[in-house]
Design a protein around this ligand. Structure first.
Ligand code: MN
Length: 430
């Protein structure tokens, strides 16, 4: 029995208001696409099959290293976070899974948590471990590193935590463990750059050995922060080398904000896929560094080009193609539900636009060295407004045609502000 948080009547009433205009826009776009041999309903079906996970922590206001400004009605535990994620899924219909984080989302009964999520129409995605901050009860500090720490007992503690995350994930129905470590240095000479990687690989191999047969270990690289001179898994090169050393179940995870400025991320995607190591994405956008801004808010074209590579990869699967998609943003000045609704829509738009690329024309132009026509094949698809396709797919799945309007009319947040206890102040997620 599902207990969805937004009134189905409200969604139906608002959809009835918008339905005629949507049908009009959808029909017009359908005629436009048909002129180039594209069946709009086939694209809509692909969009209906697309999904991206939302992170449990994304339901809260992230804040920065300097401060966090909570909003009334913000969730304070995994149960409330699940309820907010259910709102996002109910209205948007592309985010059916939640990616939990431990120890932030610890509970005593994970089978119960899985049932609770299912009752809200949700499942669980990749489990995220945390060895970048100390917990009150832990024996050894991560101040000098976790999986790559000099101290063997600290490394073992970090390994044990990751294995515990796998055990929790099994109960939740997850099949991926995402590992990001804050390990690195702030000073030249602070640690030996090679031996720290050796320690990481040795510890990571113990986690790898604990993976169930159908699980993957997703390695997330990050160039800087919290360490500002070097990080142990700094870039996609370090990540793929580590993944190759660990084995076939180890894959690389690309967080769009974890690169040097102006790096060609779509090319990284192609490279990782070429060697069978593309494991997944953390979607967000970036202006300066790991800004964790809303997906597509700064550079939607880059997001489109990433999806263009993903469609190419799907057509040429080599060692398989099964990337895991997740939103990973820090919502500092917006209602997190609104940001994730908006971001999920932007991500899905880029997925849809990449499907509209005339692949035959693109490949023919590439083979003929016709640069302009190759570029135009991409440009034509990018310029198409696919909003009616998404809205129709959403409506047919029971979601809202105008997700933000329905959310605001539901007054969900103000209702939660009456029910939930206030979030404390302090620094947020960096
Ligand atoms: Mn990330």
């Amino acid at each position: 029995m599902t207990r969805l948080p937004i009134s189905a009547d409200l969604i139906a009433t608002r959809n009835a208001v918008h339905a005629e205009a949507l049908e009009d826009d959808y029909a017009a776009l359908g005629r436009k696409l048909a002129r180039t041999g594209i069946d709009i309903d086939a694209i809509k079906d692909r969009v209906a099959g697309f999904s991206v996970a939302v992170p449990s922590w994304g339901a809260g206001r992230g804040g920065t290293r300097f401060a966090k400004f909570p909003i009334a009605g913000e969730p304070t535990n995994i149960h409330e976070k699940l309820e907010d994620c259910a709102v996002i899924q109910q209205l948007g219909r592309v985010t059916p899974r939640v990616s939990p984080h431990f120890p932030w989302d610890k509970v005593s009964d994970y089978k119960g948590l899985r049932a609770e999520a299912a009752s809200l129409g949700l499942g669980f995605d990749a489990v995220n471990s945390n060895t970048f901050q100390d917990q009150p009860e832990q024996a050894y500090t991560y101040a000098n590193g976790s999986l790559a720490a000099q101290d063997a007992a600290t490394r073992q503690q970090a390994v044990d935590h990751n294995i515990e995350c796998i055990e929790i994930g099994v109960q939740l129905g997850s099949t991926d463990l995402t590992v990001w470590v804050g390990d690195g240095t702030n000073f030249p000479g602070q640690q030996d750059l090679s031996r720290s990687l050796d320690r990481y690989l040795e510890a990571a191999s113990k986690i790898y050995a604990a993976l169930p047969y159908d699980w993957r270990m997703l390695l997330e690289h990050k160039m800087f922060e919290p360490a500002f001179y070097s990080t142990v898994i700094s870039d996609w090169g370090s990540s793929i080398l580590a993944a190759q050393e660990l084995g076939p179940k180890a894959k690389c995870l690309v967080d769009l904000g974890h690169h040097a400025p102006n790096v060609n991320i779509e090319q990284i995607v192609a490279r990782l896929h070429r060697f069978g190591k593309l494991g997944g994405f953390h979607f967000n956008d970036s202006k300066y560094g790991d800004d964790d801004l809303d997906s597509g808010s700064i550079n939607p074209h880059q997001l489109f080009l990433v999806f263009n590579e993903l469609v190419e990869a799907e057509h040429d699967p080599r060692d398989g193609f099964n990337p895991s998609y997740m939103i990973d943003q820090s919502h500092n000045v917006t209602d997190p539900i609104e940001s994730m609704l908006s971001s999920a829509e932007t991500i899905t738009q880029c997925f849809a636009k990449a499907r509209l690329v005339d692949r035959a024309a693109l490949h023919a132009a590439q083979e003929a060295n016709d640069t302009m026509m190759a570029f135009q094949a991409l440009r034509r698809a990018y310029n198409i407004d696919v909003a009616p396709i998404l809205a129709k797919a959403r409506m047919e799945a029971g979601g809202a045609i105008d997700v933000l309007e329905a959310y605001r009319l539901s007054q969900y947040r103000s209702r939660k502000a009456q029910e939930r206890k206030a979030v404390g102040l302090g620094a947020g997620i960096v």
